[in-house]
Ligand binder design. Structure first.
Ligand code: HEC
Length: 191
């Protein structure tokens, strides 16, 4: 026959213990995801991704990132005259800082938002890690062009690169089809 005091003792200890375990479990299943996204946000801010991937607008103190177009890349509706570079130790960017020209031709900062057709919606985490480690477009294609500093991202460990990717997946999707890069015009922009 069960001892009534012992049964009561077990019942009383079992309740707080299971609450504790449940609490611990929800910490482990929900918080880490949020923490990963937060870390990604921190790395993206520190890594200056907005400097090139968010178009600039003019504020009271001069150019500032237009966060309504956060990380959506070179705006598709921009009309640009052909670049006119004189030989010299320069390369150049548009005023919005999203299109660049140099000996490689013209490159346009990519749309890093999760939009399916124009952003990174179809990218897998594996593609992102490969692209940032090898400098190949989507991890397997053409060379990623300057001034994208993929070499700096390559020095992040896998967890940090995954965090950057998780953050990019979490931001609002913006539809903006960035033009394909253009090859050099034959004559190098500078010698
Ligand atoms: C100095 C400007 C600059 C900075 C800073 C920059 N990017 Fe880029 N990024 C570019 C340009 C330009 C391209 C387009 C390159 C091309 O078409 O090959 C690009 C392309 C990309 C691509 C697409 C690569 C591919 O496979 O086609 C990803 C992903 C990316 N950048 C992520 C980032 C992240 C994340 C950061 C911040 C840690 C960052 N970039 C910072 C200029 C920049």
């Amino acid at each position: 026959m069960k001892h009534p005091t012992r049964t009561l003792f077990f019942a009383l200890t079992a309740i707080p213990l299971s609450l504790l375990l449940l609490g611990g479990k929800s910490d482990k299943t929900q918080d880490p995801k949020r923490t990963v996204v937060k870390r990604g946000e921190y790395l993206v801010r520190y890594g200056g991704c907005n400097d090139c991937h968010t178009p600039l607008k003019f504020g009271p103190n001069g150019p500032e990132p237009d966060m309504s177009r956060q990380l959506s890349g070179h705006p598709e509706n921009t009309k640009l005259p052909p670049p006119d570079l004189k030989p010299g130790p320069w390369f150049a960017a548009t005023a919005g800082m999203t299109a660049w020209t140099g000996p490689w031709g013209i490159s346009y900062a990519a749309n890093l938002t999760p939009d399916t057709n124009t952003g990174m919606g179809i990218w897998t985490e594996d593609m992102f890690l490969k692209a940032m480690r090898t400098g190949k477009h989507m991890g397997a294609g053409r060379e990623i062009l300057p001034p994208m500093p993929w070499q700096s991202l390559a020095s992040l460990n896998d967890d940090d690169l995954k965090a950057v990717f998780a953050y990019l997946k979490s931001i609002p999707a913006i539809k903006n089809r960035v033009p394909d890069p253009l090859p050099p015009t034959g004559k190098p922009a500078f010698e």
